[in-house]
Design a protein around this ligand. Sequence first.
Ligand code: ADP
Ligand code: MG
Length: 238
Amino acid sequence: MIQVSDLEFRYGEGEFRLRISDLAVERGMTAAFIGPSGSGKTTLLNLIAGIIVPRVGRIVTNDVDVTRLSDAERRSFRITKIGLVFQEFELLEYLSVLDNILLPYRINPSLQLEKSVRERAEGLAEQMGIADQLRRYPSKLSQGERQRAAVCRAVLPEPTLLLADEPTGNLDPANKGRVLDILFDYVAENGATLLTVTHDHDLLPRFQRVIDFKQFGVVAGERGGEKRTKAAGGGGER
Ligand code: ADP
Ligand code: MG
């Protein structure tokens, strides 16, 4: 369960504001975040993951109030519970694709890098159509292949929450389907929750909920607080 309450977020003194009075996503749900560029979709994923912390409001992720954790607690929570697919993938150029996929196991002492984990990594890569790329370095891969490697890395530690920022943005239709199948199969098999930012409206019917950021607060450019929309309920149910 994810619960965002009375949130007001700004980057420093910048003009951008994200205001969410009440947004709840039940465990096991698949939800798509849509909305114009700059409306705060990536920001909200980062808030839910505890990568950034709001000064005002409460964010409960997997029943843990991430706004009340220390930095170290938030980091450990994130690594063990959340699978993240970043918009820019964030693959490490000096590691092979396989080592990138295994990275969570190398940086987190509570994850054991056993033989079965390697085998699962190879199985995922196979499903994703990048098995023959595992010994190569990210710079040698196409955008689409890098993206699929990032999805493998996010899923491997078996998180209860998957946050994916435009995970199909660089993919052709066949690979789009492949990536989505993996994400949806994963959440169905594990009872995990999936939050995905997407600009691809053809994909929306696959999600149980679509949450449109047009309803949230004031976007950069507005001044004087004249348009203080309160978001009720947090988005259309499909
Ligand atoms: P979206 O993902 O919906 O395109 P973002 O959440 O990335 O939107 O950004 C929302 C707004 O916050 C934009 O105006 C962007 O320029 C600004 N922004 C994003 N990240 C930062 C940051 N680290 N520091 C300052 N402003 C930022
Ligand atoms: Mg974004």
